[in-house]
Design a protein around this ligand. Structure first.
Ligand code: DAT
Length: 180
């Protein structure tokens, strides 16, 4: 059975605004905010921490099995929030939003979060080199990958509105398909 609501990935370098966007969208649309980092932590789907990078070494198989078991693919209506996207199977995903941020703004956000040393440097490099955008473009069809700016306050409302319009269109385009 086809899903009645789309599944959306919100990805980008840490600090670009994934959680801010995902929470607002989930609230407005009645979708589920799937904070992948939280699941990895809560369920222990990792092999410890990479202390130098200050991030979890994720057990992707366990994570994907867990998400699959929630019926993510059939149910739809999920907003997957993570700083990576290539691991999610293409058949699960209808839209990939890659948030981007001006590097001066991002530097301030990450230092305010206590990032320093190699962790700060690697994340800044990743944003400047558009690593997540390239990953998204390599992993999904071009037409479902959308790059949006998330540097200033007004950006969040504008982006959320645009994504909501897209969801509405998706529903129209997919009407009736769930009964097929
Ligand atoms: P992420 O989930 O990508 O790590 P976040 O949503 O936690 O990012 O945002 C990090 C911080 O930056 C948080 O204090 C909210 C702020 N922020 C994010 N996007 C913003 C935007 N477009 N305008 C202003 N502040 C923003």
């Amino acid at each position: 059975m086809a899903r009645q609501n789309p599944n959306i990935v919100i990805t980008g370098t840490p600090g670009v605004g994934k959680t801010t966007h995902a929470e607002q969208l989930a609230r407005n649309l009645g979708f589920t905010h799937v904070s992948v980092n939280q699941i990895v932590k809560d369920e222990g789907f990792h092999e410890g921490r990479d202390e130098e990078l200050g991030s979890w070494v994720v057990d992707e198989d366990k994570l994907l099995d867990h998400l699959e078991a929630t019926g993510i693919s059939e149910k739809g209506g999920n907003i997957l929030d993570w700083h990576a996207c290539e691991l999610f199977p293409e058949r699960w995903i209808d839209l990939v939003i890659v948030l981007r941020c001006d590097s001066t703004v991002l530097y301030d956000r990450l230092t305010a979060r206590g990032y320093k040393g190699k962790k700060l440097e690697e994340n800044m490099d990743s944003e400047i080199m558009q690593v997540l955008l390239d990953e998204a473009r390599e992993s999904y069809k071009e037409e479902i990958v959308v790059e949006l700016q998330s540097s200033g306050d007004g950006d969040v409302d504008g982006n959320v509105e645009r994504i909501e319009q897209w969801v509405e269109q998706w529903r129209k385009d997919n009407e009736g398909k769930s009964e097929e």
